[in-house]
Ligand binder design. Structure first.
Ligand code: NI
Length: 226
């Protein structure tokens, strides 16, 4: 899965993020990766437990909780508190894979990383480079989205961030454990849900759309683990 989720944050919310992030203290991004990641990662991050990260992270997860496309595609059970990174002056993150499980900072809990999200907080015209490049069986996909938009992708994909050669790229990123662990089942549910929505838009609610919604929920009941 590689999905563009538009308009997670509005213009004013992005501006609020940027105002707080531009005034924040950034630290070396190597602090939150394992050995392989540390070899290829050159950027800066907000410390995981910083108050600004907490405040903005809650805003982002709150916005996503009301976003029907994100819910349909991710079927989120829980997410780690969002992190924030900044790349400038040639900084980059070479090809790597995200760890399969991740500790939730400040707790004794872990989540399984089924899905990765990157939420763009810089306007694409403000920087050169900085594409998130995700590899899948169809090859490489370079992603660079408007501020406020998010890309959702399978955490099992190799990916990198190209060097930022002008300006600064500021993003939020986080991992989500899905109610449906198996990607094949999750994608089937996503496609079925989208088809039902399209059909409902064309015909209104009918006996058939109600029946299809029933099939969707019965599959979700079979395949979800909560
Ligand atoms: Ni990564």
């Amino acid at each position: 899965m590689l999905l563009h989720v538009p308009k997670v944050l509005g213009v004013e919310q992005v501006a609020e993020c940027r105002r707080l992030l531009d005034a924040a203290e950034w630290s070396d991004g190597k602090a939150t990766v394992g050995e392989q990641g540390a070899l290829v990662k050159r950027n800066r991050q907000l410390p995981e437990l910083s108050p600004v990260a907490r405040q903005l992270g809650e805003m982002i997860l709150g916005a996503l909780a009301r976003h029907p496309l994100f819910f349909s595609a991710a079927l989120p059970l829980k997410s780690v508190p969002p992190l924030f990174n900044r790349y400038e002056g040639g900084e980059l993150y070479g090809t790597h894979i995200d760890g399969a499980v991740r500790a939730v900072p400040g707790s004794s809990h872990f989540i399984r990383t089924d899905l990765s999200s990157t939420l763009f907080l810089s306007d694409p015209s403000d920087y050169d480079g900085g594409e998130l490049v995700v590899q899948d069986t169809y090859g490489e996909h370079a992603v660079k989205l408007p501020a406020g938009d998010l890309v959702l992708y399978t955490s099992g994909s190799l990916h990198r961030v190209n060097p930022v050669t002008r300006g600064a790229r500021v993003c939020s990123f986080f991992w989500t454990q899905s109610m449906v662990a198996d990607e094949r089942y999750r994608e089937t549910l996503y496609r079925l849900d989208q088809t039902i929505q399209t059909l409902r838009g064309k015909t209104g609610e009918t006996e058939e759309t109600v029946a299809l919604a029933g099939h969707y929920h019965n599959l979700l009941r079979m395949w979800s683990e909560i």
